[in-house]
Design a protein around this ligand. Structure first.
Ligand SMILES: [Cu+2]
Length: 248
């Protein structure tokens, strides 16, 4: 079953206008085929990001690739390793982060100015308050889905966490390549998530012990969003649902 990711309850959904297929919450619990033996297979491929004219972009980095709707039962680690999104030069680094449900994400302020990290997302609303350089505050992400993250002081700061139900996910490199290791054999759907496209990609796979080595996924980037990102200072409301008071 595909569950559409809910948009934020405010105008901040601008950067994510597409309904994205996300993993179902009950995925890990459903009855499944016998567990795969051995270390599993490798699924390797590449994502090409195309502009609206159909031309490949210079960089194909920053696309989350993940497996969903897996036929084979799998075990999920009880406590995933902690992750971090830093605040540097009034940006979130990284801007896109896939995590396993249950992951703690730290938000260290490594900037020279204070920030107020928050999210109005349905799956993980939070407000870390204002804190200065050298401090870190943290959030545990339990529910699967998309979490758009902003700063209440600097409207251009945007990050996206995609909380996933299984550990088979990665982020593409500059050349668009990706590798998923130790994938259980059996049926699975590979999906992409990229913040600047209205149309993500998906493909049903039959993973065998030989693995899959030539997956070719394509995304068309919606350049209208890029243009709007360049020209508009205020794309979303602050945590009180108000416009940002000035340009940052
Ligand atoms: Cu800020």
């Amino acid at each position: 079953m595909l569950a559409a990711v809910s948009m934020l309850g405010c105008a901040s959904a601008l950067a994510m206008t597409a309904a994205v297929a996300m993993p179902s919450r009950a995925l890990a619990e459903k009855p499944a085929a016998p567990a795969a033996g051995g270390a599993g297979a490798t699924v390797r491929g590449s994502v090409t990001i195309l502009d609206r004219d159909g031309n490949p972009k210079a960089s194909h980095a920053g696309v989350i690739v993940f497996l969903d709707e897996m036929d084979t039962r799998y075990e999920v680690a009880a406590k995933p390793a902690d992750q971090a999104i830093r605040q540097v030069d009034k940006k979130f680094i990284p801007e896109v982060l896939p995590v396993l449900a249950g992951t703690t994400v730290h938000f260290p302020n490594d900037d020279i100015v204070a920030h107020n990290v928050f999210s109005l997302s349905r799956v993980a609303p939070f407000d870390l308050g204002i804190y200065p350089r050298g401090q870190t505050r943290s959030v545990v992400f339990e529910e699967t889905g998309l979490v758009k993250i902003y700063c209440n002081i600097h409207s251009r700061m945007v990050a996206s966490i995609v909380v996933l139900a299984n550990p088979w996910f990665t982020v593409t490199a500059e050349d668009g390549s990706f590798t998923l290791d130790n994938v259980p054999t059996g049926g699975a759907t590979v999906r992409t998530w990229y913040p600047r496209t209205p149309q993500n990609s998906e493909q049903r796979l039959q993973v065998t012990e030989k693995g899959i080595y030539d997956l070719d996924l394509r995304l068309v980037e919606d350049l209208r969003l890029e243009v709007r990102e360049e020209s508009l200072t205020i794309q979303h409301k602050n945590k009180w649902g108000k416009d940002y008071p000035s340009k940052y």
